[in-house]
Design a protein around this ligand. Sequence first.
Ligand SMILES: [Zn+2]
Length: 360
Amino acid sequence: MIDRDRIVQCFLDLVAIDSPSGDEDAIAVELERRLVALGLEVAQDAHGNVLGRLAGDGEPLILSAHMDTVEPGRGIRPAWDGPDIIRSDGTTILGADNKAGCAVVLEVIASVLEDGARHRPIEVAISRGEEIGLVGAANMDYSRLSAKVAIVIDSGGPPTSVQGESPYSFGYRVEVHGKSAHAGLEPEKGIPAITIAAEAVLGMPQGRIDFETTGNVGLITGGTVRNAVPDYCRVDGEMRSMEFEKVDTLVSQAKAHLSDVQGRHPGARIESSFSMGYPGYKLSDDDPAAQLLFGVLRGMGMEPDPHPVGGGTDGNVFRGHGIASVVIGRGGYNQHTKEEYLVIPEMLECARVVEACVRS
Ligand SMILES: [Zn+2]
C-alpha cells in the first residue's frame, strides 16, 4: 500500500541531495542504490540516465521521472506549511519538480512488491538534463527499454492534471560570416556580420504568433572588439506550435527571409540550420497511454483533465521513439520558482494512480 510517511521521507531525502542540471552524479547514485535495494536490475546508460527493470506479468510499463532540477537548487531547506504542504525556505526552489516524481516511482515499486500481488513488468527510466532541453531523454539507451507505453510523472497539479497537448519544437542557428576590418581606418573593407545578423533577426518569428504558435530569438553572439568590423555573428532561436504544419510554415518563411538577406549581402555568407527539438502530440482517445491512464483515473472516480502545455517533457522525446507517453500531475505548484510547493495528498493520489496503472 502507498505509505505516506515512507514517500514523504523519500522525497525529503532526495531533496537533500542537490541535483541542478549537469550536477546529477550524486542523485543518480542514490536512485540507483534505492532501486537495487528494492530488487531491480539497475544500471546507468552511457549518458548517466538511471534505467531499471522489475519482472512482472503482462505488458511492460515505463515509469519515468527526471532527476535534475532548475536553479537556484542547492542547499534546499524544505519546511512544512501546515500538515499537507511542503515549501522551500524561499531562497531556493523546492525541487518537487521532479524529486516528487522520483519519490512516486520508488514508492509505487515498494508498494507493489509488498503484497506480492500481480503487476506488470516495470521499466524505470529516470533521466538527467531534462530541464536544459530534454537532453537525457534524447541520449537515452532505448535498446534497454522494451515497453511501448510510459507514464511520465512530471506535471504540476493533481494526478488528473494530464498534459493533453504539447507543441512541436524546432530550434535553429543562423551564422553570419562577414569580414573584419579596422572600424575607423577602412570600414569599407569590412562586411559587418552583426548588422547583417540584425537584419536576419528582424525577420525571424518572435513572440506569440497565434494561440498555439510561438517564436523566440534567444541568444546572439558575435564580434570581438568595439573598433573592429565584426566578421562573425551567431543567432540561436526556436519556434513551437501545437500544429506541425504551422511550425513547418514558419521554418519555410524563415529560410526564405534568410535567403533574401543573403541576396542583399552577397559578400557575406549566411549559414543556417533548423532541427526538430522534439515532436509534439495531441492525446487522442485511442492512444494506448491515454487509454491506460484515463481508464484507471475513471475507475478510481476521477475525471482526467487533459490540457495543452506550451513546453515539452521527456514524454515528447519518448513519443519520437515510438513510446506512447502520458504526463501526469504529482502535486507540485509554482514550479521553477522559489515559491514552489508540494501538496502531499496529491502526491499520494498520484502514487495510487500510478500503482493502479502498474497493476492493470
Ligand atoms: Zn520537470
